[in-house]
Write a protein that binds this ligand. Sequence first.
Ligand code: F6R
Length: 596
Amino acid sequence: MCGIVGYAGGRRAVDVLLDGLRRLEYRGYDSAGVAISYEGLKIFKDVGQLSKIQSNIPNWEGGMGIGHTRWATCGRPSKENSHPFTDCSGRIALVHNGIIENHLSLRKQLEEEGHKFTSETDTEVLVHLMERHYDGNTHAALVTALSEVKGTYAVAAMAEGDDHIVVARKENPLVIGVGVGENILASDVTAILNLTSRVIYLEEGDSAIVSANDITIFDAQGNRAKRDPTTITWSIEDAEKGGFEHYMLKEIYEQPTAIHNSLLGNLDEIYAGAIIPDIDVTSVKLVACGSSSHAAMVGKYIIESMAKLPTTVELASEYRYSPGTGENPFTILLTQSGETADTLAAAREARRRGCRTMSVTNMVGSTISRETDHVFYTNAGPETSVAATKSYITQLMAMYLLGLRLGTMRQALDRAEVRNISTELRSMPRYVNGVLDEASEIENAVEMLASANHAFYLGRNINYPTMLEGALKLKEVSYIHAEGYAAGELKHGPLALLDATTPVVAACVNDHTREKMLGNISEVAARDSPVLGIGLEDDRDLAAITDIKINIPTVSPILSPVPLTVVLQLIAYYVAKKRGCPIDRPRNLAKSVTVE
Ligand code: F6R
């Protein structure tokens, strides 16, 4: 997804911008560019990697500039369609994340007025609109231009001769890093952490003027606004690879710490209103996309069994357009980034319907955190690999904490039950470490998957969604087609696809569906599919009917998704590695999906 960086200060802006953009590379991009205030306004942009731009860019000094990495949405990847864009006179440069919905009609008007367009993008109308209104005040030109557009944006612009950058945001994140004698801005805090840990998150509709020594912020109504800086505790090292071959593996190994951090303090406060205060909840709806929606599906089992509350799960992209039933469940939106366009739209729709809302997110200060009644921060730390791993595990922790909290509020759980689950949750980092200790065994076991074109992931009950997540992980990082299936559904169709070339990964834990699951695995083995079983250490029945068995520690069935997920993540990782895939940045995918 697109990234923005801007800088004003005493350093060479080109270096700061390229360094910041490099830290956003994980989001995915197909082209990049910078505009530098140096002997006028200079622009350099191209398709391809930042390294190519770095080696070809002229030696421009200059301490102010804006940069962008583009992930094509409106207009194909090309030099012409890359940002920054400039107006006809070449006096204004602009970069943008988001979508201008009325760009076609605006473009027509502007062309009739004589503006010449050079790209196919929606963004370019913004710079021409600024030109239309520019009378020497760049901030006023930007604000007026934005008042004419329909859509979403994080935008940064600067004009020739200015000593400042102007920015604005709506439904796209933008953060300003506060330095001494220098200020930096970016669409993602990861890009600025090497310069400062003091950041200001702009609020919805804010605009700002950022120079080396000053930051002036205006709210959506154009009034001067005060936004206090937040101190980010992540170090730059936290966001880097730390000796692991890939970010994905590093982040898988960070899970014991992430689990610990997400539980921190909350388990002791279950009765004292941690997670949510005492509120009247009669039903719950969980809404999310992708991996987060699988965490939501696991959450349904947790909340129903711990709190005895009717719980439904909906994909955010479906929920936002659904008719609604007139009922107002407590609506919980799960999103690692807090910026996923569909999930944000779902949050707004839920509030419009009159629902009390809560977000479960990893990003402090993210848009969703500010647009929901309650927030639970998962505290997973920065996740760089596109595939969700530690953010997913901590979403599961949020679901357990929520289940405990709702269960105690409704007196569906007694103190002994709360104590037992809490004790097991506290041991979860140790159990996950136990799985990580088996990593080389898992690496050896994945041979049967590495050469396959198709695979099935089977589970039941709370581990049906766990296997959906396992299949998604395999698909996205190894490019193998994998289907997650509720094991009981196999005979209703997909069994026809199974043969010796279609490996099956099957999870079996000691819950009330165990016998049925063993039966389903036998059905699969009878069709000659190679089976990789994942189950408890002492489960000899499972070992007897599978080709390979991977052990997980013995935990209560309701907590089994945690160690199981870690095995599934390692399976996906090692298969992708064997197949030589670009694990951290799979083709066609982006970390944060801020467009619909
Ligand atoms: C898969 C993955 C995606 C995200 C989805 C939602 O590994 O990461 O499926 O889970 O794009 O993203 P968030 O959680 O940021 O809303």
